[in-house]
Design a protein around this ligand. Sequence first.
Ligand code: PEP
Length: 254
Amino acid sequence: MKKNIIAANWKLNGSIKTISYFLTSLKSKISSFSKKSAIVIAPPTVFLERVYKEINNTNVYLGAQNIDMNLTGAFTGENSALMMKDVGVKYIILGHSERRLFHNENNEIISKKFCLIKNLNLIPILCIGETEIEKKSNKTENILKKQLNFILNSFGKKAFRNTVIAYEPIWAIGTGISADPKSVQLIHKFIKNHIKKYDTISAENLIVLYGGSVNALNAEDFLKQPDINGLLIGSASLKCEEFLKIIKISDNVL
Ligand code: PEP
């Protein structure tokens, strides 16, 4: 059965008050949905346990936005994949363009984190995507291939089994300018075909999300595409009503 993932990346937003309001509204409506869409919420780390207590035993799963490259030790201010697992995290976002840009994370760092996540049987949501300049110079496929190959080279041919990829063109994130759904479909097909060259099983079961200025008005156009298996949503995921509308759209297209 086809299943979508609708993931919320709350970034550096929220407070005890707003999160508790969001979760109360979500929980009051979520039972009326078909469960054809798995929902992931990635709050700031400090709120993970609070969110977990509210969503435990539902089809809403806990996501983390980042982990350190180490599992334990003298790394002040950091959180590890092991700690994330301990508090109920199932999915971990990595390779997000904001971390690549503001925290200097390169493909090497990302592939190290990827291996930590996989070794703990957690599910990475690996973000890949091109800049506007790369898109304009027709380099999108080469950039994506390079980002994927780093992972394949460090974790092996089966790296993308039980893994989620989020195609997020950098120029579409937080800009209000989303990509064209038909072009995204072709790119998702390209991603799956590339992975298929290494491992057919990975490619057949691969979930590829689209992210970049998705909202309740454009979500359907993306979710109708056969190789778009869900969405990674930033700003529109902060408003519970809008997020619920997107989940409903996802359920309806399946
Ligand atoms: C994101 O940051 O992953 C994202 C897709 O943000 P937005 O939906 O706000 O563009």
